[in-house]
Design a protein around this ligand. Structure first.
Ligand SMILES: [Zn+2]
Length: 332
């Protein structure tokens, strides 16, 4: 994480220019109080130096003019400090722009003017999001601490998700969850329990990229749980070629022909792997020459579904039966 963020978070004054007309009254008063305190401290330092340098004065001579002056200078510092705190509170309660400094754990820092802590948090969030996080493979959480010149402090955690991999420039990803690729339970392919949430795995049927959403992610830096994260696997991770392109009206005749040309085991696999078996059968029927096969298949496949629940042996027997139907129709 430190490599991912440090390059982009450089110390810089906000690009937002200060109001050329000058600061508002609260900020002007605050700055004056800052200067007054600095001067009071300087005076006290000088007074103390003079007192210590005065060899003629006895150490306990509290009536000595240098001692009296030194005490007065220290009292002036105290009241200047109190005045600064009061001016700072007035500034914090105002809606005048003032400086806020944003800091990340990896050393990134920026200062920007904002009219409230809420506005400052918004700016800090934008700033954190603008960082260069190209290298991240899954969601990270960037903690930004915010300190105002008005003495207020806050912190915010910014969620940074990895960029989606590139896909078809026109249609984009087509995220689906065929059980053969994402695994899991037949009723809910690609969904796995994780802590108090789930991991949802999907595959892009266009480019073969994978996506894993976690609804119970943990920020390892802070130990915080129950966050949402996403991670991607690059295009080509999954072999989606056997599924072909996502179906469109023009594709259907080709698909139907392809089914007729399939070997029996391919047809079986295709059927078992199809997203919608009803759709598969409809496609098969559209080929025209396979209408009778379709009705027989419906019976066989319904039986096969039942049989699958009973035994894998029954499944292979029924697969062979399907094979007979397919090959006899193709030969016709
Ligand atoms: Zn894709």
């Amino acid at each position: 994480m430190s490599e991912a963020t440090s390059s982009s978070h450089t110390s810089a004054r906000s690009s937002t220019p200060s109001d050329p007309a000058g600061d508002g009254p609260a900020r002007t008063a605050y700055k004056a109080a800052e200067s007054a305190l600095a001067q009071a401290r300087k005076d006290a330092e000088a007074g103390r130096a003079a007192w210590l340098a005065n060899e003629s004065a006895a150490g306990d001579d509290k009536a000595h003019p240098l001692y009296v002056a030194n005490e007065a200078a220290l009292a002036a510092v105290d009241s200047a400090e109190a005045a600064l705190i009061a001016a700072r509170d007035v500034l914090a309660d105002s809606d005048e722009p003032r400086a806020f400094t944003f800091r990340t754990d990896d050393g990134g820092e920026m200062t920007a003017d904002a009219a409230s802590m809420g506005d400052a948090i918004d700016l800090a969030t934008d700033w954190a999001r603008e960082g260069d996080y190209d290298a991240i493979e899954s969601t990270i959480w960037v903690c930004v601490r915010i300190v105002g010149e008005d003495g207020t402090e806050s912190a915010t955690t910014v969620t940074i998700n990895p960029d989606e991999p590139e896909c078809d420039p026109d249609d984009g990803h087509d995220w689906q969850n065929p059980i053969e690729l994402v695994g899991g339970l037949r009723e809910n392919p690609g969904v796995y329990g994780h802590g108090g949430g789930v991991i949802i795995a999907t595959v892009c049927m266009r480019c073969g990229a994978g996506s894993k959403e976690d609804t119970w992610a943990q920020d390892r830096a802070t130990g915080r749980q129950g966050l949402e994260s996403v991670a991607y696997e690059p295009p080509g991770t999954y072999d989606v070629s056997s599924w072909g392109a996502p179906e469109t009206a023009e594709d259907e005749p080709d698909d139907a022909n392809a089914i007729e040309a399939m070997t029996s085991s391919e047809a079986w696999d295709r059927y078992m792997g199809s997203q919608s078996r009803r759709e598969f059968l409809a496609t098969y029927a559209d080929s025209g020459s396979a209408l009778s096969v379709k009705s027989q298949l419906e019976v066989d496949l319904a039986t096969a579904d039942l049989a699958r629940e009973l035994s894998s042996k029954a499944r292979s027997v029924l697969a062979a039966k399907l094979a007979e139907h397919v090959s006899s129709e193709v030969e016709r």
